[in-house]
Design a protein around this ligand. Structure first.
Ligand code: NI
Length: 393
């Protein structure tokens, strides 16, 4: 099959599909319409699929007519609680919800990949599984899909995923060997003191004062406990406490996020967060209860051999000057890391910006826009990547 030609033929259809998802974005774990639309397209194209995976996810399976291994690809499908500020004919119609992370694009690309590979099933050597994954932005739908056994029967040997990147124009991609994204864990600290009238602080154990010491103390983990050559983030995103200016409250809660680039630092920073919160509280006569989310994301580590496959395909398809390498990892996180813990694979960035039109607003912004030409690039690279990995054995 002439892949370039076929991608051009279905491009218009993929744009329509993407715009439909864009108009009806759904939050994590609530991707009901999205999921049912994905199933409708797959059924229309005669593609075998399992619905209700990790509640609102879908797994599509294309069984090649020739023997071979199984290669996977993953698209995340959820949107964000953001009010879209763009003026577009296909602007979000679900008020306060927006595909501001481009998961509408990821979903449309992988539907395109599934459609083309299904058309090639007679010549396909092996199987392809496409994971339409829910809840990337919140609880990590990837982990549930894996826990439900979808990497097995047939066993997935390699897996690919991509993410749109508006800082790069459509037609460009960015790759990275090895560590790409950070681990992410949320933490919650409840400080309990004793409330009193603001005029009689001696009768209180003031958790507001304790919280100030805890917040400052936590900042010493990165500056004093971690090597300056290593990268860790401890960010406090929320502090809540009190109801009135003349009352010392009985309780203050602090929550934040911890990001690291290796398991050792992750375990160590978690231990320090606990120690600092508990002992600081004790020093002031208060109590600290420290909890971490159980479903934090692990570090995302690419397989260098698979990255080379995408590099070669990218250079052949787009030109050498369109493929660049990221030098340093990012402290962002993506739950695709759960797949890469189990299967060799690669995650890379797909340019979706357009500097000449000034479409460069970052992901998670109310002005995020996409040059839809990136749909073509995404379908081509993912399809070619899967075909090449099927031959790796
Ligand atoms: Ni995203």
């Amino acid at each position: 099959m002439d892949l370039e030609k076929r991608v051009n033929e279905i491009f218009h259809e993929l744009v329509e599909i993407r715009r439909d998802f864009h108009m009806y974005p759904e939050l994590s774990e609530k991707e009901y319409r999205t999921s049912s639309k994905i199933c409708d397209y797959l059924s229309e194209w005669g593609i075998e699929h399992i619905k209700g995976v990790a509640k609102t996810g879908v797994v599509a399976i294309i069984r090649g007519k020739k023997e071979g291994i199984t290669v996977g690809a993953r698209a995340d499908i959820d949107a964000l609680p953001i009010m879209e500020a763009n003026v577009l004919p296909y602007k979000s119609l679900n008020e306060g919800v927006m595909h501001a992370c481009g998961h509408d694009v990821h979903t449309a690309i992988h539907l395109g990949v599934a459609k083309i590979l299904k058309e090639m099933e007679d010549e396909l050597e092996g199987n392809v599984k496409i994971f339409f994954q829910p809840a990337e932005e919140t609880v990590g739908g990837a982990k549930s899909m894996i826990d439900e056994g979808h990497l097995k029967n047939p066993n997935v040997e390699y897996i690919l995923s991509l993410h749109v990147m508006p800082q790069l124009d459509a037609g460009y991609i960015e790759l990275k060997y090895g560590k790409l994204n950070a681990s992410a864990n949320e933490f919650f600290i409840k400080l309990t003191g004793k409330s009193s009238h603001a005029a009689y602080p001696e009768e209180s154990i003031d958790p507001v004062v304790v919280s100030a010491h805890v917040v400052l103390g936590l900042q010493s983990i990165v500056s004093r406990n971690i090597s300056p050559l290593n990268s860790v983030v401890v960010t406090i995103g929320q502090i809540h406490g009190g109801v009135k200016n003349n009352i010392i409250p009985g309780e203050v809660t602090i929550s934040g996020t911890l990001r690291t680039l290796d398991e050792e630092s992750r375990t160590y920073a978690m231990k320090r967060i606990r120690e600092i919160a508990e002992s600081t509280a004790r020093a002031y006569g208060a109590k600290a209860l420290v909890e971490f989310d159980e479903d934090g994301y692990p570090v995302l580590i690419n397989d260098d051999e698979v990255v080379d496959v995408i590099k070669d395909i990218g250079e052949e398809t787009l030109g050498k000057d369109k493929v660049s390498f990221k030098e340093l990892p990012s402290l962002g996180a993506d739950d695709f890391s759960f797949f890469l813990e189990k299967v060799r694979g690669a995650y890379y960035f797909l340019g979706c910006g357009n500097k000449s039109k000034n479409w460069t607003a970052p992901i998670h912004s109310e002005n995020f826009k996409v040059d839809e030409e990136c749909l073509k690039v995404g379908v081509l690279l993912q399809t070619k990547g899967i075909l090449r990995l099927l031959k790796m054995r």
